[in-house]
Design a protein around this ligand. Structure first.
Ligand code: PLP
Length: 330
């Protein structure tokens, strides 16, 4: 979906991954990791799977467990979207809750508990942060982009958690001859690109202080790593919803925020793609809820107005370019 374009012909395209089964991009890698484990013998028929998750990997694994006859145990924290937790339960997953729900994501603790369960029970732990099949699961995403756009992707902007979505897509794009420039986005307060740790409310992307960032974050495949604050991420998601009727998740809001800021600066005629990892319907109780935002000091009307003005400026630049074309006949 084209969100906007500039008068100089640069387009910002959203890749809407929420239309995958389970409503997120992560089902791609969940299936890839399980199929690889079957092939290697790490997962036996009827076996048990355990994974720490903020919810989207979990719903993906819950679906693949149903399809292929496994039991799935998700290690989660209270930071996860309630709807993702409900969805996993509805799909028959067992949930173990760790950490303090009032604080930021308990990525370190979730990982410790999952490791313990795998060790003690023999359950198969796909370990999305270290499993190469995570990144490999996005080959199809890259191919869809090239087929649907019928042109190269000049810039790819995506939120980074395990790194799988962005790095897996970039790897395949480059294998297919793309000269894509990749931009990884993490929440402000996440430590993946070297910034100081702090609290953040974007879920799915980022890593808290002390988290051992795994090799699926391929720094050789990420040309630029940037941080986006919760306020900018959530404001962007809300303004996109207002202007288009499309509800995107918070990490997609972060990617779109940065993409919009960069769009005016790139070479004329560029194709920029922002990855929308999941849909806003999973966050109606959080980023689309004024009271929830207000409690956290994240509801900011001037920030909303700034975003509206930025999008209006792109529209104005298209209008001026059209007048110019009509006048000069180009
Ligand atoms: C909503 C959301 N955004 C972004 C990401 C980050 O994706 P990746 O782990 O592939 O880097 C995830 C991962 O779970 C997610 O759930």
């Amino acid at each position: 979906m084209e969100l906007t374009c500039t008068g100089a012909g640069s387009r910002l395209i959203l890749k809407l991954e929420q239309f995958n089964p389970t409503g997120s991009t992560k089902v791609r890698m969940a299936r890839e990791m399980i199929l690889a484990a079957e092939r290697s013998g790490a997962l036996k028929p009827g076996g048990r799977i355990v994974e720490p998750t903020s919810g989207n990997t979990g719903t993906g694994l819950a679906l693949v467990a149903i399809e292929r006859g496994y039991r799935f145990l998700a290690v989660v924290d209270g930071h996860a979207s309630k709807d993702k937790l409900r969805a996993m339960r509805a799909m028959g997953a067992e949930l173990i809750m760790v950490g303090d729900s009032g604080e930021g994501p308990s990525t370190v603790e979730r990982r410790r508990v999952a490791g313990e369960i795998a060790r003690d029970t023999g359950a198969f732990w796909p370990d999305q942060h270290h499993n190469p099949s995570n990144n490999a699961g996005y080959a199809g995403l890259a191919d869809e982009l090239l087929a649907d756009l019928a042109t190269d992707v000049d810039y790819l902007v995506g939120a980074v958690g395990t790194g799988g979505t962005l790095c897996g897509t970039v790897r395949t794009l480059r294998e297919r001859g793309s000269s894509v420039t990749s931009i990884g986005v993490e929440p402000k307060g996440s430590i993946i690109f070297g910034g100081p740790g702090g609290k953040y409310w974007q879920t799915g992307a980022g890593a808290g202080a002390g988290f051992p960032v795994g090799p699926n974050v391929r720094h050789d495949l990420i040309d630029e790593g940037v941080t986006v604050s919760d306020m900018d991420a959530f404001t962007t998601a809300r303004v996109v919803a207002r202007r288009t009727g499309l509800l995107v998740g918070g990490t997609a809001g972060a990617a779109i925020f940065f993409a919009l800021k960069r769009l005016a600066l790139v070479e004329p005629g560029s194709t920029m793609v922002a990855l929308v990892c999941d849909a806003g319907e999973k966050y109606l109780d959080t980023i689309y809820d004024d009271a929830w935002l207000m409690e956290r000091g994240l509801l900011n009307e001037p920030a909303h107005q700034r975003l509206h003005r930025l999008l209006a400026a792109f529209e104005e630049s298209q209008r001026l370019a059209a007048i110019d074309h009509a006048r000069t006949g180009t």
